[in-house]
Structure formats: structure tokens, C-alpha cells
Design a protein around this ligand. Structure first.
Ligand SMILES: [Zn+2]
Length: 65
């Protein structure tokens, strides 16, 4: 089961979709991307927020809006 994070889901104008197999790995990748591409250092609050916007990829019927 893969997880993915869309920058656009947190209001960032960016088409990047970050994917990983675990939420921990995903958030590390998201933090790296946010810092290198957006100049944003993720603090605990932002990590929490990002985690709340993580999607399960490959799904279709079980979408939670
Ligand atoms: Zn981005």
C-alpha cells in the first residue's frame, strides 16, 4: 500500500506528488521537497498538517474528502 502527498492539497501551487510506502518515509520526503523547492522548513505543526493531507494511492472507491 502506497501513500502519496500532493503539494496542491495544502494550498501550494505545485504539481508535485510525493510517494512512499510508509507515512514516516513520506513525510521525510515531503520535508525535503518543501525545503529544497519551496524554501519551507517543516516544523511539527506543518508536519502534522501535511500528515493529515496524505492520501492512499491507487485507490478509487475509498476516497475520503
Ligand atoms: Zn511542491
Amino acid at each position: 500500500m502506497a501513500l502519496e502527498f500532493h503539494c496542491s492539497d495544502v494550498g501550494v501551487v505545485c504539481s508535485r506528488v510525493t510517494k512512499a510506502d510508509s507515512s514516516e518515509e513520506l513525510l521525510v520526503k515531503v520535508a525535503e521537497h518543501a525545503k529544497s523547492k519551496h524554501g519551507v522548513e517543516l516544523n511539527a505543526t506543518l508536519v502534522d498538517y501535511a500528515a493529515s493531507r496524505v492520501r492512499q494511492s491507487g485507490g478509487g472507491s475509498d476516497s475520503s474528502a
